[in-house]
Design a protein around this ligand. Structure first.
Ligand code: MG
Length: 171
């Protein structure tokens, strides 16, 4: 990227939106799969809720600058880890998705934070239950050349934030 493009991208959140959506897709996650988690979280509370509405709320979450920055940072760390560009001892902790590392969850909280306290409960629930795409990412991350350490938490956090956005709307 040349300087002018870089400057424009840094400032323009709509351009960053396209970049982070593509980045998620390249890592094996579509916004629809995230929306399916959101539907799973909210369907008991909002019976008329459709996947279309969930996708709209997921899109709204991903438009937020703080969310985009968390996605850019977390996914970059996963990718650099896979490429072997991270020093030890961090590399092994990330590659093995070491349970006591904890910073993957902390980064994801920046996403959940955007919609307040319901988001925290939803995020904890998704993290524990590992439904749908989260389980898929978690299993894929067990392979010795794949690092999904940040990705699974980021996906769970976006779904949880979208669920909170829906809860605020229908409450
Ligand atoms: Mg993780």
């Amino acid at each position: 990227m040349d300087e002018a493009v870089l400057e424009e991208t840094r400032l323009d959140d709509s351009k960053k939106y396209d970049i982070v959506v593509k980045m998620l897709e390249d890592r094996g996650v579509t916004l629809k799969e995230i929306a399916e988690l959101t539907l799973f979280l909210q369907k008991d509370y909002v019976p008329e809720l459709s996947i279309k509405t969930c996708i709209e709320h997921v899109e709204r979450v991903v438009m937020k600058r703080e969310v985009q920055n968390a996605i850019l940072t977390g996914l970059e760390l996963d990718i650099l880890t896979e490429k072997g560009h991270i020093s030890e001892p961090l590399r092994s902790m990330l590659m093995d998705d070491w349970g006591l590392y904890g910073i993957d969850e902390v980064l994801a909280l920046a996403i959940v934070n955007v919609y307040g306290s319901i988001g925290f409960t939803n995020f904890g629930y998704v993290d524990k239950l590992k439904p749908g795409i989260i389980k898929k990412l978690d299993d894929a991350g067990k392979s010795k050349d794949v690092c999904n350490t940040f990705l699974d938490d980021i996906v769970g956090a976006i779904a949880a934030a979208a669920a909170s956005s829906i809860a605020h709307r229908y409450a």
